[in-house]
Design a protein around this ligand. Sequence first.
Ligand SMILES: Nc1ncnc2c1ncn2[C@@H]1O[C@H](COP(=O)(O)OP(=O)(O)O)[C@@H](O)[C@H]1O
Ligand SMILES: [Mg+2]
Length: 266
Amino acid sequence: MSHHIIEAQDLHYSYPDGTHVIKGVSFRITHGESVAIVGANGAGKSTLLLHLNGYLRPTQGTLRIGDYPLTKRNLKSVRRTVGMVFQEPDDQLFMPTVFDDVAFGPLNLGLPLTEVEERVINALETVGMPHLRDKPPYKLSGGEKRSAAIAAVLSMSPDILVMDEPTSDLDPRARRRLIELLKTFEHTKIIATHDLDMAVDICERTIVIYEGRITADGSTLELLQDETLLERSGLEKPLGMQSCPVCESNEKKVIKDGLHSTGRRR
Ligand SMILES: Nc1ncnc2c1ncn2[C@@H]1O[C@H](COP(=O)(O)OP(=O)(O)O)[C@@H](O)[C@H]1O
Ligand SMILES: [Mg+2]
């Protein structure tokens, strides 16, 4: 399944104004891997992700998607393989209705109308918003827009799913639904996120980025427990890995009360 491999070698990117954002990034992600890309604001996560389906072209280094380097000539097939959910849903939704937005990709693939409709209905059901199919996207809430943008990518049945901050704006139920959905997506997933608890939940591998460079690449559980690494990278331990402040204060209270009652206990 080499066509699902993503490999970056010494990738650099500078924006036209000269801001050097990606500074020599290399990694290889193989089929079926689920990888979190984490880092503080401005670390370069979104910029890096925008390379994965050719929205940005590296100023230096190479990127291979599957068997070929990513070039202008194979851009179309790369975009069919890599489904990208942007950080800003407004960058993705531009049609008069949610239905049209979710149908846009499958229609462009030239699929028969019945199949397009089936895919749209499935995708909207998957993200829990079939009732909003006829609404104009600009009238949706932030979380609904994000769900619509996710549906627009799912309707393309991509082999590789790339998501930039997919849980921001989602309420707890929509976030949980997305996590369950991502767990069922068997293909490669690359997710830039501040939601480190989600990373622990669905990504066995994490790449940490700091100021445009990879500072760590390995097991999510190991890396996200490494307080020195997190501190150096401007991150904080996932909530699920922190001790519970309520239990902790109760524990202290028990110890304190114990001390008062017996006068002996520590
Ligand atoms: N169009 C642009 N022109 C110049 N600099 C940009 C542009 N877009 C983003 N940047 C800069 O690139 C850096 C990385 O941004 P970004 O990739 O969005 O980081 P992250 O997603 O990790 O928060 C930031 O310092 C940001 O200001
Ligand atoms: Mg970003």
